[in-house]
Write a protein that binds this ligand. Structure first.
Ligand SMILES: O=C[C@H](O)COP(=O)(O)O
Length: 530
């Protein structure tokens, strides 16, 4: 498929290059006149369907990174700064102002999601709207946090009121596949709990943050949100080495997380909230509804071209139904429409990572050399920034596509004769996020689910894997995650529980009453008896 500028509808056109020349530090939108880097677009604007230049972003240096860090450090000021001591209601007001400002930028951000990362229009709109909802839900959850905690059982005569407060300065690094939504699942809870943030957007999906810079600047006190652009090793390394980061919040890969953690003087004792790799399997049992399994596996493996940590990355099918599954699945994959993100029905879109098609091709070649075949007619067809998903079968454990997190459009199918085979692989895997289980017999499913919940954190019954709804815990075992995200859990991940204890309940209650009347900075739940 070829596309030229003339094919791009007026509403989605970008007429000139986008030069982001400011960054946000200490409440100021600072002008940058130094080195810049080109940002590429995944959209074809030329007949030969190449990645094209969309604009430029600043490449800040170590000095600017440390300036941003100092600004956040001052806003925290060892827990005595403006942000951690601000009254709860005032912090909520900042967040409410921000979300109102953000909503005015929907059109711009959605357009950039399409141009920068190639996410199709419905999913780009969903990413924006889901983020807005996430912010509102976070505000509501914050008002309720810990209210429903169980009371302490033992009556020792010590009375307490429980509080929840911030942890300190957060370094926030987001992913390219959900540059707005997933980044904000770190940023928003961190902020509302009273933690100032230094945020560096990912290399891809960076310009779409620009329309929001001003909203951040207008809504939060100085130093609370700092946004810097540039190379991770230039910016994040000195920030981590300074030892001033209290929480590393990252969605990305474990290699980066390990490297950053090692740079921090506190190393293993550093608090972290991490969303990392996964190799979520689908397991299709002999009695599965195959039509349903195929539909769900299409969405699970290939939504946003498979570039989701929650994507299904290997499909295990019982040998008794593998032939039928493969036939139905391969046929459906070939029906998926490839096109630019705004085109109606585009399920597959150009890939934002320049090197991704070649990488996927390597996985295909390796699998073919070791005995797998491409089952679908279009599998492996390429243009410069796209490769049509290949369904590979039979995939075996020695193949790279079985071992690596492909994070792209290629689907390995493995057949099994005994359920112990996929269970064994899952137990041996470095990852443990989710699984999709397809079957109908309750007596077979229930013991299996009991086993699976100790291998992963979410079992999806007759449905594909996903993060949402955002009120559910989002986490993983082993190298898949550290800490838990979701509207409610993330508030806890970015805070610590403290309490005030007294043997005199009347006195404790009087203090509590006073604090509540004055509107405190840390959320106070109801009182407890220890
Ligand atoms: O890339 C990982 C995301 O958490 C996936 O989120 P999603 O399941 O909502 O697409």
């Amino acid at each position: 498929m070829k596309t030229t500028f003339k094919d791009i509808p007026e509403a989605y056109k970008i007429d000139s290059l986008l030069h982001q020349s400011t960054y946000l530090v200490n409440g100021e939108l600072k002008q940058w006149e130094g080195e810049t880097a080109e940002v590429y677009s995944t959209i074809s604007s030329t007949a030969d369907y190449k990645h094209t230049i969309l604009g430029t972003i600043p490449q800040l240096g170590e000095a600017e990174a440390l300036e941003a860090l100092d600004s956040a450090t001052n806003a925290y000021n060892k827990g005595q700064g403006l942000w951690p001591t601000m009254k709860v209601i005032d912090r909520i007001a900042c967040m409410e102002k921000f979300v109102e400002e953000m909503k005015t930028k929907r059109e711009e951000v959605v357009k950039l999601l399409m141009w920068e990362i190639g996410k199709n229009l419905p999913d780009s709109e969903k990413e924006f709207d889901r983020t807005v909802d996430y912010i509102y839900d976070t505000i509501e959850a914050y008002k309720q946090i810990d209210r429903d905690s169980a009371k302490f059982e033992k009556n020792s005569g010590v009375y307490a009121h429980i509080r929840r407060g911030p942890l300190g300065v957060v370094l926030c690094l987001g992913p390219y596949n959900y540059p707005l939504n997933e980044t904000f699942t770190l940023l928003i809870p961190a902020l509302i709990m009273g933690n100032p943030v230094v945020f560096k957007p990912a290399k891809i999906g960076v310009l779409l943050i620009s329309p929001l810079l001003e909203a951040f600047q207008k809504s939060f006190p100085k130093g609370v949100v700092n946004i810097v652009y540039g190379r991770g090793r230039v910016l994040a390394t000195p920030i981590m080495q300074s030892g001033k980061v209290d929480v590393l919040a990252l969605i990305g890969n474990s290699k980066s997380a390990n490297a950053l953690q090692a740079q921090h003087p506190k190393g293993n004792r550093l608090r972290m909230v991490l969303g990392l790799e996964a190799k979520n399997p689908a397991i299709i049992l002999p009695d599965a509804d195959l039509d349903l399994a195929v539909e769900e596996c299409i969405a699970g493996t290939l939504s946003f071209n498979g570039q989701r940590c929650t994507a299904l990355k290997v499909i295990y099918v019982h040998e008794s139904v593998v032939e039928e599954f493969n036939r139905l699945f391969a046929f459906k994959v070939d029906q998926l429409k490839f096109g630019n993100p705004w085109e109606a029905g585009s399920k597959l879109t150009p890939l934002p990572e320049v090197e991704k098609p070649a990488y996927i091709q390597e996985l295909i070649d390796d699998a073919k050399e070791k005995g797998a075949e491409i089952l679908n007619k279009k599998g492996g067809e390429t243009t410069e920034n796209f490769i049509f998903p290949a369904v590979l079968y039979p995939v075996t454990k020695d193949m790279r596509v079985f071992k690596e997190e492909q994070f792209g459009p290629v689907v390995p199918v493995v057949s099994f004769s005994d359920i112990e085979e996929p269970l064994h692989d899952m137990a041996e895997s470095d990852y443990g996020q989710q699984v999709s289980l397809f079957g109908q017999n309750v007596h077979t499913l229930s013991p299996l689910i009991d086993t699976l919940v100790n291998l992963v954190c979410r079992v999806n019954l007759n449905s594909s894997c996903q993060r949402g709804p955002d009120v559910y815990p989002f986490t993983g075992r082993k190298d898949s995650a550290y800490g838990t995200l979701s509207v409610h859990d993330a508030l806890r991940s970015f805070s610590i529980r403290t309490f005030v204890a007294s043997k005199d309940n009347a006195y404790n209650n009087a203090i509590l009453k006073e604090l509540l009347e004055k509107k405190t900075s840390n959320f106070i739940s109801t009182d407890y008896i220890l």
